[in-house]
Design a binder for this molecule. Structure first.
Ligand code: ZN
Length: 145
């Protein structure tokens, strides 16, 4: 998806304002998208495939900020339960990002967002299935993010 510089600047500003409202700091660093809940920082990669992918990635990370409590939070902490909580968080973050996109009138990203969601989710399902150790899953989640 191609987006003009002017459109991108406008859309990015909208998402910056959302981050400010949520008291989250944005940083352009490293190679992947990531949300650090303890420091309330969203890291965005220095190099991106396209401006549209930056918007979509940022929407997803803001989705992580919005998703707070797990439905499964009350279960005892076993490796399997933790895995469920991680998977739930990833799905919810995409879902919250999608609702936010609609709420903020960023519908021009709608199809691209859904495509990226499906692509990421497919990769994700594969990794979760192949993954037997939680630490490994966490590591892989951060790469996909
Ligand atoms: Zn994520």
């Amino acid at each position: 998806m191609k987006v003009t510089d002017k459109q991108f600047a406008k859309d990015y500003k909208i998402l910056e304002a959302v981050c400010k409202e949520l008291s989250v700091e944005l940083k352009r660093e490293g190679k992947s998208y990531f949300y650090y809940p303890d420091s309330k920082v969203i890291a965005l990669p220095k190099c991106v495939k396209s401006k549209a992918s930056l918007i979509v990635g940022l929407l997803h990370e803001i989705g992580h900020v919005i998703h707070r409590d797990s439905i499964f939070g009350g279960l005892s902490k076993t490796e399997n339960h933790n895995r469920v909580i991680i998977v739930e968080g990833e799905y919810k973050a995409w879902e919250h990002g999608y609702y936010l996109l609609q709420k903020l009138n960023l519908e021009h990203y709608n199809n691209f967002y859904i495509k990226e969601w499906a692509k990421s989710w497919n990769l994700y399902i594969k990794h979760v299935k192949d993954c037997h150790k939680l630490e490994l899953l966490n590591m892989r989640v951060s790469i996909i993010d």
